[in-house]
Write a new protein. Structure first.
Ligand code: HEC
Ligand code: HEC
Ligand code: HEC
Length: 116
């Protein structure tokens, strides 16, 4: 009985940790003000969590608000990216900024992020 309770407590903590880390994959269609012209980005959050610090992207280690990696401070991308705008804040102040800094292979290749 005691062992079972201990096991259940461990499972609860594991589930809580998984929820706190946010989703493994995130559909960034929510960032676009309208119907995207390119395939909407399916952001591999789990890959990024394994290769970066939470605070490389988020203001705090708990997640939530993102950083503007170019200007500093908080970024707000939701509904902020114009349809067909290749020059946009998602590229210039966030994704590309880090991919260039960390020398991610093909870090600015369209198909890497806008994959069918
Ligand atoms: C490379 C950048 C990056 C890293 C590193 C990263 N995240 Fe995220 N995270 C994101 C993005 C992008 C989103 C989606 C935000 C959105 O939907 O606008 C997100 C969403 C989240 C969410 C959901 C928040 C919400 O508003 O729904 C949580 C929770 C979260 N991250 C926690 C973490 C934790 C904890 C870590 C470290 C273990 C981490 N993240 C590492 C980029 C990152
Ligand atoms: C703070 C740094 C950072 C930011 C910000 C960042 N990335 Fe990355 N990204 C990385 C690194 C590092 C890798 C290489 C991981 C590896 O070694 O495979 C990567 C790899 C990727 C990959 C390839 C994943 C795979 O399975 O090989 C995709 C797709 C990607 N990033 C999309 C994005 C998108 C979309 C954004 C913006 C929403 C973004 N990244 C923002 C650091 C970042
Ligand atoms: C590192 C990831 C990444 C790369 C590489 C990338 N983009 Fe994006 N792009 C994004 C994100 C994130 C958004 C906003 C969310 C979305 O569109 O799903 C976006 C938005 C867009 C938009 C506005 C929305 C739309 O679909 O109309 C266009 C246009 C665009 N990108 C074109 C390009 C082109 C062209 C390239 C290659 C030169 C490229 N992107 C490379 C991450 C990337």
């Amino acid at each position: 009985m005691k062992k079972l309770i201990v096991a259940m407590v461990i499972v609860c903590f594991a589930v809580a940790a998984a929820i706190a880390a946010g989703p493994a994959k995130i559909d960034l269609k929510t960032w676009v003000a309208g119907e995207p012209s390119k395939p909407a980005v399916q952001f591999p959050h789990d890959v990024h969590q394994a290769k970066n610090q939470c605070t490389d992207c988020h203001i705090t280690a708990e997640g939530g608000a993102l950083k503007n990696l170019k200007a500093g401070g908080e970024a707000n991308f939701k509904g902020a990216i114009k349809v067909k705008a290749t020059k946009n804040d998602a590229h210039d102040t966030f994704c590309w900024e880090c991919h260039v800094a960390k020398k991610v292979p093909q870090g600015k290749s369209c198909n890497k992020c806008h994959a069918k």
